[in-house]
Ligand binder design. Structure first.
Ligand SMILES: CCCCCCCC/C=C\CCCCCCCC(=O)NCC(=O)O
Length: 445
C-alpha cells in the first residue's frame, strides 16, 4: 500500500521497482566506470612520466660517455673528492675543465640514483651550457660547478611535477629566476631531484617517481621535502643543490643526510618560477636555498645568488648583497632544546659538539630559548600554512592518487572544519597536541 502510494507520488516513468533497481545499478556501474577511467588516465600519465625519466637518464648516460671520450685522462675520483671552494678555484684557474667536472658528476649521479632513486630528470641543456660558458667574458662565482635542482624549480624544457599528477605534461618554457642567476654565475644545472607528493611532508616519496632512500642507510628516509637533493649530495652525485623550505624542507634532509643546508630569510632569493601546493600564503614564507657538504659552499652559493642579476630579474627581492663581514667571529645563540620536540641523544651531542667548536673558533655563545613555543608552532606556523583550512592543498589531490605515506595526513586535512573542531574538543584531554593541530588545521576565518 505504502509502496503504491509512493509510486503515485513519485509517478515513476519506469513502472516498477525492477526498473528503479536497474537504474540504480547502471548508475553505480557508470560511476564505477568513470572512476576506473579516471584512475587509468592518472596511471597512464604516471607511466608516461616514468618513461620520460627513463629516456632522460639514458640520454644522460650517453652524454657522460661522450664527454668522457672527449676528455680522456680525467681523474674523476680526484674531482669528486674536492670541496666546492677548491673545485671553483681549479675551474677558474683552468687546471680543470667544466667538461671533465660535469661528466664526473653526471657519472656519479647516475650511480647514486641506481642505489637511492633520487634523480627525476636530466637537464640536457647542460651540454649547450658548456658551450655558452666559453662565450662568457667573465667567469662567474660558480663557473663550471654542476648543480642539482629540486623537482619543483622550473627549468626550461622540463616539467616541474611537485610530485603531483596535475603538473605532469606541463613543460616549462622559461627557467625560474634562481636557475637563470645560477647560469649567469657560470653554474651548470644538470639534474632534477625527487620530492614527496605536494612537498608538504618530511619523507621523500610520490607515486610517480617512487621512494628516495638515504645513502647513509638505505633503510632510512633522506628526509624531505628536498630529500632527492639530500640523497644525491650525500651520495656524492652533486656538490651543490637547490632546495626549498617552509617548515624544514631544507633543514631536515640536510640533517638526515649529514649535510649543510640554509633556509635564507624570506624573499631573500626570488621564488618566481616554482610550482607548489601552498601558493599565496603570506604569514609563513616559503624560500629557496642551497644544500651542500660544508658551510663554505653555502656561503659561496649565497654570494653568487645575491647579485645584480637577481635584483634586476626580480625587483621584489631586496637588493642587499651578501655580507662577507658576517663570516668572522660573531655572537651566536645556542638552542639546546626547543621545548616542543624531544631531541634524540645524538642530536643533543651534535649541538654540544658544535657549540664547543664554535667557542674554540672564537665565537661568543649565549643560550637561546624560543618564547611561547606552543603558540608559535600551532598558531603561527600550522594555522599560518593552513590558513585556508588546507582547502588548496586538498584540491591538489583532485584527479590524483594519494601516496600511502600521506594518507593519514590527507584524510585529516579533508575532514570538514566542524568535525575537526569536535575531534579537537574530544581529544584535548588525552592528546592535547593533536587537538591543537586539529584546531590549527581549521585555518583562519
Ligand atoms: C592522525 C594523523 C594526524 C595528522 C595531523 C597532521 C598535522 C599536520 C600539522 C603540520 C604538518 C606540517 C607539515 C609541514 C611540512 C613542510 C615541509 C616544507 O617545508 N615544505 C615546503 C617546501 O618543500 O618548499
Amino acid at each position: 500500500m505504502t509502496q503504491e502510494r509512493l509510486w503515485q507520488v513519485l509517478d515513476p516513468p519506469w513502472g516498477d521497482l525492477h526498473a528503479l533497481l536497474a537504474l540504480l545499478c547502471s548508475s553505480a556501474a557508470a560511476v564505477g566506470l568513470l572512476r576506473w577511467l579516471g584512475r587509468r588516465q592518472v596511471q597512464q600519465k604516471m607511466d608516461e612520466a616514468r618513461r620520460s625519466r627513463h629516456l632522460a637518464l639514458e640520454r644522460m648516460e650517453k652524454a657522460a660517455r661522450r664527454l668522457k671520450q672527449e676528455n680522456p685522462g680525467t681523474q674523476s675520483s680526484q674531482i669528486l673528492s674536492l670541496t666546492m671552494v677548491e673545485l671553483a678555484e681549479k675551474l677558474k684557474e683552468g687546471s680543470l675543465s667544466p667538461e671533465s667536472v660535469l661528466y664526473s658528476y653526471m657519472d656519479k649521479a647516475l650511480e647514486v640514483n641506481q642505489e637511492v632513486n633520487c634523480v627525476t630528470d636530466f637537464i640536457h641543456g647542460c651540454e649547450d651550457q658548456l658551450q655558452e660558458l666559453k662565450k662568457q667574458k667573465e667567469k662567474g662565482l660558480l663557473y663550471g660547478i654542476p648543480i642539482s635542482i629540486k623537482d619543483h624549480i622550473n627549468c626550461k624544457g622540463h616539467i616541474s611535477s611537485g610530485g603531483m599528477v596535475k603538473f605532469l605534461g606541463q613543460v616549462k618554457e622559461v627557467d625560474s629566476i634562481i636557475v637563470q642567476v645560477l647560469k649567469h654565475q657560470g653554474g651548470i644545472p644538470f639534474v632534477k631531484t625527487n620530492i614527496p607528493q605536494t612537498m608538504i611532508n618530511y619523507d621523500c616519496s610520490n607515486l610517480i617517481f617512487g621512494q628516495t632512500l638515504n645513502p647513509l642507510n638505505p633503510q632510512k628516509s633522506p628526509g624531505g621535502s628536498s630529500g632527492g637533493e639530500g640523497a644525491l649530495i650525500a651520495g656524492g652525485g652533486s656538490i651543490l643543490g637547490m632546495g626549498s623550505d617552509v617548515g624544514g624542507s631544507i633543514r631536515l634532509p640536510s640533517s638526515f643526510c649529514g649535510l649543510c643546508g640554509l633556509k635564507p630569510t624570506g624573499n631573500r632569493i626570488s621564488k618566481q618560477g616554482v610550482v607548489g601546493a601552498l601558493m599565496g600564503m603570506q604569514s609563513v614564507t616559503g624560500v629557496l636555498g642551497p644544500m651542500a657538504r660544508d658551510v663554505d659552499s653555502l656561503a659561496l652559493c649565497m654570494k653568487a645568488l645575491l647579485c645584480q642579476e637577481m635584483f634586476q630579474l626580480d625587483p621584489t627581492v631586496p637588493p642587499i648583497p651578501f655580507n662577507d663581514q658576517q663570516l668572522g667571529p660573531s655572537s651566536c645563540r645556542v638552542l639546546r632544546r626547543d621545548g616542543y620536540f624531544q631531541p634524540s641523544p645524538s642530536m643533543i651531542r651534535a649541538v654540544q659538539l658544535t657549540r664547543q667548536l664554535l667557542q674554540d673558533a672564537g665565537h661568543t655563545l649565549a643560550p637561546f630559548a624560543p618564547p611561547k613555543i606552543d603558540y608559535m608552532v600551532d598558531e603561527l606556523f600550522t594555522r599560518g600554512i593552513f590558513s585556508d583550512g588546507a582547502a588548496h592543498l586538498v584540491d591538489c589531490f583532485k584527479g590524483d592518487m594519494v601516496d600511502p605515506n600521506l594518507k593519514s595526513q590527507y584524510n585529516t586535512y579533508r575532514l570538514p572544519a566542524l568535525l575537526k573542531r569536535i575531534l579537537a574538543i574530544i581529544l584535548k584531554p588525552i592528546y592535547p597536541r593533536i587537538a591543537r593541530d586539529l584546531g590549527a588545521l581549521c585555518g583562519v576565518g
